[in-house]
Design a protein around this ligand. Structure first.
Ligand code: GLV
Ligand code: MN
Ligand code: MN
Length: 417
């Protein structure tokens, strides 16, 4: 065993994120959605690295990759680590993936030292956190937490394929998803390393931070139904233009969410049909994503947005349907885990900065199973959900060292070992 092998390696974490970025449905851009051939390729890479790090691996009933490193005796409760392996469209290389490969690298270092801890370690590569394919988010971690809603099995992707059929084609049995749920007694805590996806750490010259809470979110799909017509013959005052109505809704969302500093609202996708230069749009679908640190604040904004859409559509004589696709409350990171992560940062000689997460994470689902904690890593310009997402090898190295220190020093709440 060399001293080098016994520490996590920022260079290896970086290279593995590069390798995972090759598992993409488009060349020259990274897009990897749930139950895709690219996900299968990424799973195989990750399982190979897990085995190399001394773990047993399996694919669970929803398609999460799980690696287990036993403690001093087989079968002990585990400290669960990990993040997600799916991406948004035209994604960066680190959102999710870095947390999985950094956790594997920490286990690799423990294994190189021959170290066994008083608890097992499990690393999860969650199959779907972003919710891109089926408009339902946190599918992998919800299955593990036992909160998977079987109704989403009937949701369809843009090609009209139901999640149920996509699971069967992938080799998974949709009726067995409940078996992915873990028992509380088997999971001591969940800890995730993730890029910050925001600019705070970089602005303060800090490589890492302790997450205090993950902001809650509401998501909706909206369909506005007007009347398609001839762009040359229908006078402006006699139109039922679904796109003009949707555009006004988008601006109403922007205005409402802009009123409060820490509330955010986004229309990230909008499609107009039939989609021709000389046809008045008759049908428009768009998504809404609203987030805030306080649940009451988020719910009030969501209610105001629904009322504004209703008023705009009524005034313009168009119909609308609004469907909730996700609601997640703010998930607090457990103070005792925050303390242990903070202490690992301080022991590496770094200042301890605590900050909330504006982005969603698997912890929002896992919090129903176990206490959660998160370590944030600085990313360039705070840019994320964008191919410009970037980290440095030095930050990968340092953050993985902090994470390993946290793992080695981990003490469960309430003397559960
Ligand atoms: C996940 O990355 C989200 O916050 O939408
Ligand atoms: Mn993301
Ligand atoms: Mn993420």
């Amino acid at each position: 065993m060399t001293a080098r092998a016994a520490q996590p390696s920022g260079a290896r974490i970086y290279e593995r994120c590069e390798a995972l970025a090759q598992c993409s449905e488009e060349s020259g851009a990274l897009t990897r959605v749930y139950l895709s051939p690219e996900q299968r390729a990424a799973n195989e890479l990750v399982q190979g690295w897990m085995r190399e790090a001394g773990m047993h691996t399996r694919l669970d009933e929803i398609g999460n990759v799980i690696g287990r490193y036993e403690g001093v005796r087989p079968g002990l409760p585990c400290l669960m680590l990990g993040s997600h392996l799916d991406t948004v469209r035209n994604a960066g290389k680190y959102d999710g993936m870095m947390g999985v490969v950094a956790a594997i690298d920490c286990v690799h270092a423990l294994n190189a030292r021959g170290a066994r801890l008083a608890f097992a370690i499990e690393v999860s590569g969650f199959a779907d956190e972003e919710g891109v394919r089926f408009n339902a988010t946190l599918l992998g971690s919800r299955a593990v937490a036992g909160t998977f809603d079987a109704k989403v099995l009937d949701q369809r992707d843009a090609q009209g394929i139901s999640m149920r059929d996509a699971m069967s084609a992938f080799g998974l049995d949709p009726d067995r998803v409940p078996h992915a749920a873990r028992k509380r007694a088997d999971v001591l805590a969940y800890a995730e390393l993730h890029i910050e996806q925001g600019p705070v750490l970089e602005a303060e010259g800090l490589p890492v931070g302790v997450v205090t809470a993950i902001n809650g979110a509401n998501r909706y799909t909206v369909e506005v139904k007007g009347l398609a017509g001839h762009a040359g013959t229908v006078p402006m005052n006699l139109r039922q233009d679904a796109l003009a109505a949707a555009a006004e809704c988008v601006l109403a969302i922007e205005t409402r969410c802009g009123r409060e500093g820490d509330l955010v609202g986004t229309v990230g996708r909008l499609e107009a049909a039939p989609g021709a230069t000389n046809v008045i749009p008759g049908d428009v679908r768009f998504t809404i994503d609203v987030r805030a640190p306080r649940d009451d604040q988020r719910r009030a904004a969501a209610a105001d947005i629904k009322a504004a859409i209703g008023a705009i559509c009524a005034r313009r004589g168009v119909q609308f349907d609004l469907h909730p696709t996700h609601e997640g409350n703010t998930a607090a990171c457990a103070p005792w885990l925050q303390e242990q992560i903070a202490s690992a940062i301080a022991t590496e000689g770094l200042p301890v900065r605590r900050l909330p997460s504006g982005a969603g994470h698997d912890g929002m689902a896992i919090v129903d199973l176990a206490d959660i904690g998160m370590l944030f890593v600085r990313c360039k310009g705070g840019i994320s959900h964008n191919p410009l997402e970037a980290i440095t090898i030095d930050d990968a190295d340092l953050s993985a060292r902090v994470f390993l220190r946290f793992i080695e020093s981990f003490r469960p709440a309430g003397e559960r070992l």
